[in-house]
Write a protein that binds this ligand. Structure first.
Ligand SMILES: NC(=O)CC[C@H](N)C(=O)O
Length: 327
């Protein structure tokens, strides 16, 4: 396609996205900011923003795309990738399974029902705390650094964590502490409980905007290859594993519906972020984004599953209008 025609096409899509942001913003009132982490309650609950990045570097940004927020559970995808890159997939899968639970993200019930303490998957808190404890490095600082380093490689800029959000969750993390103690007792925690929690809660507090997570989504969509920088950042097998976990477990007990009606590997977090990886499509359809894309969405008012209410509706609209489902 000629450059002018491409620009025109992108402008049309950008206009549609603007319209959809306006349409879905009122739906933020159907959700509530996460309040169990007091610092998250302070976010402006009417915010809604999106970035979409295509492999050729075309970016569409709309609404509150630039507002920063913390990764929360989106960080679980990155820490899982880091541990697989460092230890190899079999080592990690000895400590955490790949099965959906059908339970909320912070559920404790299945730890006692399944292989004596082995977490079902790395997208729920139990599995993610185990994964944080085996991140490369001896100290919590070094382990967190390993997550920040991979993010910097994917996005091309340095990241830090938000101290206020970390402190706020650290002081109220009784349930995560309970999970960590249980994991320690059953041998699925490779470090001291408080240190493992420090790593996990700091990785959850890493600050991003929608463009950052759209870029990470784009790299995953392209099997670990960064199409703009033309560089393989992580092995294809690990990117696929991460995407399969996003699809089957990324939205916890709403993952089935999400797969059925949206059909895009995605990970949500209680701060209202959604990171989606749309792979290139093999079927012939008359729709945009055929080469795939990364999508980052932010809207802090969340639903009962811990996902942005308006963000999920917006992603559903985009996926269905532009035929982005992988199925
Ligand atoms: N679903 C989420 O985003 C949960 C992350 C949050 N830090 C927690 O552990 O509770």
């Amino acid at each position: 396609m000629k450059k002018d025609a491409m620009d025109q096409r992108t402008n049309q899509h950008a206009k549609l996205i603007d319209d959809w942001i306006t349409h879905y913003r009122p739906f933020t009132s159907q959700g509530k900011n996460a309040s169990y982490i007091p610092a998250l309650e302070k976010a402006n609950s009417s915010h809604l923003g999106i970035s979409i990045i295509e492999p050729d570097g075309t970016i569409i940004k709309s609404g509150d795309w630039e507002v920063t927020f913390t990764l929360q559970s989106i960080s679980k995808v990155i820490s899982f990738i880091v541990t697989c890159m460092h230890h190899g997939i079999p080592y990690v899968l000895e400590r955490v399974d790949l099965e959906p639970t059908g339970d909320p993200f912070d559920s404790i019930i299945r730890l006692e029902m399944h292989k004596h303490g082995k977490p079902f998957n790395p997208m729920i808190n139990a599995g993610a705390i185990t994964v944080s404890s085996i991140l490369p490095g001896e100290t919590p600082k070094a382990k967190l650094e390993s997550v920040l380093t991979l993010m910097e490689k994917m996005v091309g800029k340095p990241f830090t964590y938000n101290e206020e959000v970390f402190r706020s969750e650290w002081e109220t993390a009784n349930r995560n502490r309970a999970l960590a103690y249980y994991l320690k007792e059953t041998g699925y925690l490779d470090m001291d409980v408080e240190e493992a929690l420090e790593v996990y809660l700091k990785q959850c507090s890493i600050e991003v905007n929608t463009e950052d997570i759209a870029l990470i989504g784009l790299v995953l969509a392209n099997d670990g290859y960064h199409p703009i920088r033309k560089e393989q950042i992580l092995p294809k097998e690990i990117a696929r594993l991460a995407k399969s976990l996003m699809l089957t477990c990324g939205v916890y007990n709403n993952s089935g519906r999400f797969a059925a009606f949206i059909g895009i590997p995605a990970k949500t977090g209680v701060s209202g972020g959604i990171m989606a990886a749309v792979p290139p499509r093999v079927r012939q359809v008359a729709s945009p984004l055929l080469e795939g894309c990364g999508i980052g969405i932010y809207g802090p008012a969340i639903d009962e599953y811990g996902s942005s209410v308006a963000g999920v509706l917006l992603l559903e609209k985009i996926a269905n209008t532009w035929d982005l489902s992988i199925f």
